[in-house]
Write a new protein. Structure first.
Length: 555
């Protein structure tokens, strides 16, 4: 039986026509997008979308506008618009895949530039080789060969992991950043020149600075046309990004923090396609504040500290475009992967200093404000079940004004919090140091672990062995410290800042707080060092199971 026709009111016809028109536009846009994905030759970001499944078949591609911003800046290098680029983004933003894997293979294949020679480098060799391997796997995949197999082929006899060549004399080499010698490339891609730990070492930062300033310029095929790209998170004011900006070496700077900060909005000479960036502006850049100053609107000399004025005067005026579509203070960079709850958890785990550097690309000085007075809480009694460790910082001298021998007792409470329960800090000679540690151990009891520092070398081992023998019957360990004072104190600092650390009320509280809140800028550092020793040993030792822990000494 035929259904009756539905009659439309005349007023509904335009609405229906608009709905049909919108649906047709949506389908046309989807078709164009699908074609772009299939050919993957138009833009780098479309290529990334299309090729993703080849290397990450178990993980769905999650798109973010920051990937387009990164891709557009890399395209600008390919087009010859820029030759130096720094990209500062937080961890987990698809940075290594974009810069070190997809971009070089896109240039060789879709852009038909197989003659290009690329040096890929990172702070550890295995990371550079990892991306070398990923790129080669993509090139040799059926998906890639069906599309661009006619452009070039990898030479069978030159297809190693560290170096592989194609039949157009292009090649790719992987090496650690501190050993970037021997080869000359059209592209030098630096993916994290320093690790988080290395950035805290003055010696490693100095070595990275020398490599960046002295070795890199000599590793280019053509100093006028070859490109250097460095992508990293900010780890220190004097990391390679800081050096490049402070010396005004001509790098375009794409800086995208996890949480948007309006006064640090990012601009560059690259015109973005991924959003309406508005009108370009003419501006100068202050690398110290990472802020652009618009010509004609602000007077840099009135806003920049005295030590920055000369640099800003010398900085070139450039026509730049807004690179960040965010508008509200605190807007997240990649909420699809890093929602608010994840960001807040990272903030607590890292602490304010590391979070500012790694996520906000704003490296605050690591040397101060590790411990704030307001972050400490107080407790009147020790909870049952608290496990204790006393950490020591030893100074065998009785000279007035010198460092003291300090012992800080810290407990891990059943609820996961931490309790600073006692402090001793005295000037003492070698014999009195042994006596002080033994007397304190007897007062703490046999359930309190003892963490002793061990100086490097044979003399340090002899001293540690002597002290351990003197403490027979107690759970005691001696270990050589690694990293600088700030590095060792950061885990404890993060817990203090998170509100997880309490002080047991006692007459020693004022002395403890006076010194710990100035660490490591204060004249004395022994209480801070002893606190870090106790906390790190406590948190890196398995919780007790009823068996006595062994007596340990590092060999």
């Amino acid at each position: 039986m035929n259904q009756p026709l539905v009659s439309l009111d005349q007023a509904e016809i335009p609405i229906l026509q608009e709905t049909v028109r919108a649906e047709r536009q949506r389908r046309a846009a989807q078709k164009a997008f699908d074609q772009d994905i299939e050919t993957a030759g138009g833009s780098l970001v479309s290529y990334i979308r299309a090729a993703w499944h080849v290397l990450e078949p178990a993980h769905v591609y999650i798109h973010g506008w920051h990937i387009e911003a990164i891709a557009e800046h890399l395209e600008a290098i390919t087009a010859g618009q820029i030759r130096r680029l720094i990209i500062n983004v937080p961890p987990g933003m698809t940075k290594s895949m974009s810069v070190s894997v997809f971009w070089p293979t896109w240039e060789w294949g879709p852009k038909r530039l197989p003659h290009l020679r690329t040096i890929s480098t990172a702070y550890r060799e295995h990371l550079a080789l990892r991306d070398n391997r990923r790129a080669k796997n993509l090139i040799q995949s059926l998906w890639y060969q069906e599309r661009w197999g006619d452009v070039f082929q990898i030479k069978p006899d030159k297809a190693g992991e560290r170096l592989y060549e194609n039949d157009h004399e292009g090649w790719r080499a992987g090496m650690p950043f501190d050993s970037i010698t021997g080869e000359r490339g059209d592209r030098i891609n630096i993916d994290d020149p320093l690790s988080v730990t290395q950035a805290k070492s003055t010696a490693r930062r100095t070595a990275a600075k020398e490599t960046f300033l002295e070795a890199l310029p000599n590793r280019l095929v053509d100093p006028k046309r070859s490109a250097i790209t460095m992508i990293m998170q900010r780890l220190h004011e004097e990391d390679p990004t800081g050096i490049a900006l402070a010396k005004n070496l001509g790098y375009e700077h794409l800086m995208l923090p996890m949480e948007f900060e309006p006064d640090r909005r990012c601009y560059s000479v690259v015109m973005p396609r991924h959003f309406d960036a508005g009108l370009p502006i003419e501006a100068r850049y202050d690398s110290g504040k990472q802020i652009w100053y618009k010509e004609g609107e602000n007077d840099p000399e009135k806003q920049v500290p005295d030590n920055r004025v000369e640099y800003v005067k010398l900085a070139p005026v450039k026509t730049v475009y807004n690179q960040d579509p965010r508008t509200a203070d605190g807007d997240l960079l990649f909420e699809a992967r890093f929602p608010r709850e994840v960001v807040e958890s990272d903030r607590v785990s890292l602490g304010s200093g590391p979070f500012a550097g790694q996520n906000q690309q704003r490296p605050a000085p690591r040397e101060g404000n590790l411990f704030k007075l307001a972050d400490f809480k107080f407790m009147d009694a020790i909870p049952d079940g608290t496990e204790f460790c006393r950490g020591w910082d030893m100074a065998a001298t009785e000279t007035a004004g010198a460092a003291r021998t300090a012992g800080v007792k810290i407990g891990r409470m059943p609820d996961g919090g931490f309790l600073v329960a006692h402090l001793v800090a005295e000037m003492a000679g070698p014999f009195d140091v042994k006596k002080l540690i033994k007397v304190t151990a007897e007062r703490d009891g046999y359930d309190c672990e003892i963490a002793l520092p061990q100086d490097p070398g044979s003399a340090g081992k002899v001293q540690a062995a002597d002290l351990i023998a003197h403490l027979a019957g107690f759970v005691v360990s001696a270990k050589t410290a690694t990293g600088d004072k700030v590095t060792r104190a950061l885990p404890f600092s993060a817990q203090v800042e998170a509100g997880n650390v309490y002080l047991l009320r006692g007459p020693w509280n004022a002395e403890y707080l006076d010194e710990i809140t100035t660490f490591p800028d204060g004249k004395r550092k022994d209480i801070g060092d002893a606190s870090a020793e106790a906390f790190n040993r406590l948190t890196r030792t398995p919780q007790k199971t009823g068996f006595a822990a062994p007596i340990l000494i590092e060999k």
